[in-house]
Design a protein around this ligand. Structure first.
Ligand code: G6P
Length: 620
């Protein structure tokens, strides 16, 4: 949410480097984009920005002759915005300057006490140009810089006055000298250095084009970039060494290739993601899971009495499925809560509680805050996360990394199924560690997990996808959608509805199939499409009965799953290969992702950048 980039090169021009970085980070917000460049001619900083997508900024740059030698442009910062304070507009776009032209600033986060700070600055004669909280930072730093002279000192001197959270970068040009400084408290900020220059970004995705060795700032850190490297100071002003993380993927993997959308590319990557996430962790004996390398060996999983799952959005749906798995396979009582709710509860966690936080990015503000609260109340923290080196990974005692690779589409797909695979592995390990799961049952789950890769592949064939496209075409005029599921497939129904509404803007609701008769049944008519997810297994008969209740009231039912009787009882169906009940969510999700994708495509929606959403929500 909001993307920040910055670069200090040995030789310019920096503009294309910043624009490439912003393009990679555009998924974090696309309300506006802007650059600030050290201007060799006027001895100040030049800001060029525009409301809307980066394409608008490109146009503005084309219209703005930079009347200084492009080769001089070695230092700059950039921003892509997800609006919090003030509507999307040119003036609210970052970077923001102070009263003069010597500096400009980009910010991700929220300054909660900005109204007081703004009033104080206004009474000292400062005129504000934007409605943002971030502009306050530019003025405060500008004033501090007049006294301190050194940008690191100026930034440090104002941080203590801020309430809220920030990742920020400031560019100053004065007396022929460029200074580029960044700071972080809350949202992520990473740095890397190469012989050609030094770079900063909110997300390692924007750094891998330069280096696969990146360093994350810790909370409270301040960094100074120069062309030949960077220095970091901790919150107490002491020089700090931060360990470098090696990024596993390369910049090509973060590209679109021949695909029309990242979402489609990522849906099709799922069989390989399953293999990467699961296969190397299945013990040679085939009846257990080996997490030894992931801080999950030893006693981290010993003596777990209760599990508290915490997550947001799609990751929460993975967490709800994880709860069924942990109770079903390991016999451990498990609760699930939205991170945004949990963080303000007074949780009564029993001794031996394992807080299981699930997050693609590892930077979701609510999930991080909820995790910290759980730890404060005595829980041990284990995370399922896709980004090594992220805040959540660094704060966790144990981690199961999902090897989904970079996920760019705002609507999460491959990260979700990788979270489900990880939850299966974790549930099996927990079950084996307390012997509540027999060796035979563990072996059955794990060998079926191996076979699942090819079963997933059967849902991605040309013919299968054509059937889904046809279904999408015939349902795109419906007034609404209901997704029903039971047991381990109830959260699949929630996820099916979420996928459809977030990218196609059609109204969709997910519901527990057995609960439908207590309300949503009133909505049923022929304009309402009802997707019933029904996997062969102990609950299939119950779900079939719920489906018949919809059919009896004229609802338009589409059955998704492997229950043969349900599939033949409906005119419209998407058959899914049979598997163990515990693994069925991994398969059942895929046709729902493809259905949402094709409805959105037919409706002409911006699939990878749905309106109002951001992929990584680093503000509350
Ligand atoms: C946002 C995204 C969702 C994602 C959720 C949690 O709302 O749009 O796709 O599921 O954040 O993100 P996380 O990175 O914690 O999984």
């Amino acid at each position: 949410m909001c993307g920040i980039v910055g670069a200090f090169l040995a030789t310019g021009p920096v503009t294309p480097v910043l624009l490439d970085g912003l393009r990679v980070l555009e998924y974090r917000g696309y309300d506006s984009a802007g650059l600030a460049l050290a201007d060799g001619t006027s001895q100040g900083v030049r800001v060029i920005k525009s409301e809307g997508r980066i394409a608008n900024l490109d146009n503005r740059l084309a219209e703005t002759p930079l009347d200084f030698d492009a080769e001089d442009l070695c230092a700059g910062i950039g921003h892509t915005r997800w609006a919090t304070h003030g509507p999307p507009s040119d003036v609210n776009a970052h970077p923001h300057g102070g009263t003069g032209t010597r500096l400009a600033l980009v910010h991700n986060g929220i300054i909660e006490n900005y109204t007081e700070l703004k009033a104080e600055l206004q009474s000292a004669g400062v005129t504000f140009r934007s409605d943002t909280d971030s502009e306050v930072l530019a003025h405060l730093i500008e004033r501090a810089l007049e006294e301190a002279g050194d940008l690191v000192e100026a930034v440090r001197s104002i941080l203590g006055r801020l309430e809220g959270y920030y990742a920020l970068a400031v560019l100053d040009r004065h007396g022929g000298r460029n200074q580029l400084v960044c700071a972080r408290s809350g949202p992520p900020l990473a740095l890397c250095s190469t012989p050609g220059g030094t770079y900063l970004a909110s997300d390692i995705l924007a750094l891998v084009a330069h280096s696969n060795r990146v360093v994350f700032l810790d909370d409270g850190d301040i960094g100074r970039l120069q062309a030949n490297g960077f220095e970091i100071w901790d919150k107490d002003g002491r020089p700090a060494e931060r360990l470098a993380t090696t990024v596993e993927f390369n910049s090509a993997e973060a590209g679109l290739g021949h695909w029309p959308h990242f979402m489609l590319k990522e849906i099709f990557e799922q069989p390989d993601v399953l293999a990467r996430t699961a296969f190397g962790r299945i013990a040679a004996s085939g009846d257990d899971v080996d997490f030894e390398d992931e801080r999950l060996g030893g006693d981290t999983l010993a003596d777990v009495q209760r599990v508290q799952v915490i997550a947001c959005g799609t990751a929460l749906h993975a967490g709800q499925i994880a709860a069924y798995l942990i109770e079903g396979l390991a016999g451990i009582p498990t609760d699930v809560d939205f991170a945004s709710e949990f963080r303000y509860r007074s949780p009564c966690l029993v001794p031996g509680t394992l807080a299981l936080c699930i997050s693609q990015s590892g930077e979701t503000a609510d999930t991080l805050a909820a995790a910290r609260l759980a730890v404060k109340h005595g829980a041990r923290l284990v995370s399922i996360c896709n980004v090594d080196g992220s805040s959540q990974v660094r704060e966790s005692e144990g981690v199961v990394l999902t090897h989904a690779g970079p996920e760019i589409g705002v609507a999460s797909t491959k990260a979700f199924t990788a979270q489900l695979v990880s939850a299966v592995l974790l549930a099996v390990r927990l079950g084996r560690s307390r012997e509540s799961l027999s060796r035979e049952d563990a072996a059955e789950v794990l060998s079926e997990l191996r076979i699942l890769r090819s079963k997933m592949g059967s849902l991605l064939t040309k013919e299968y996808v054509e059937d889904i496209k046809h279904l999408a075409r015939s349902h795109m005029e419906q007034t609404g959608f209901l997704f029903l599921g039971r047991g381990v497939n109830f959260p699949v129904a929630l996820e099916g509805a979420l996928k459809l509404k977030e990218i196609s803007y059609m109204h969709a609701e997910g519901y527990a199939a057995g609960e439908m008769k207590h309300g949503p049944i009133a909505l049923i008519d022929s304009g309402m499409s009802v997707f019933v997810i029904n996997a062969a297994g102990p609950l299939a008969g119950k779900v079939r009965a719920n489906m018949e209740q919809v059919q009896a009231r004229g609802g338009r039912v589409v059955c998704v799953g492997s229950d043969p009787e349900s599939l033949t009882a409906t005119e419209e169906a998407l058959a899914v290969p049979e598997t163990l009940e515990w693994l069925s969510p991994i398969l059942n999700t895929i046709p729902l992702q493809l259905f949402a994708y094709h409805v959105a495509r037919l409706r002409g929606c911006d699939i990878d950048k749905p309106r109002n959403l951001a992929k990584s929500v680093t503000v509350e």
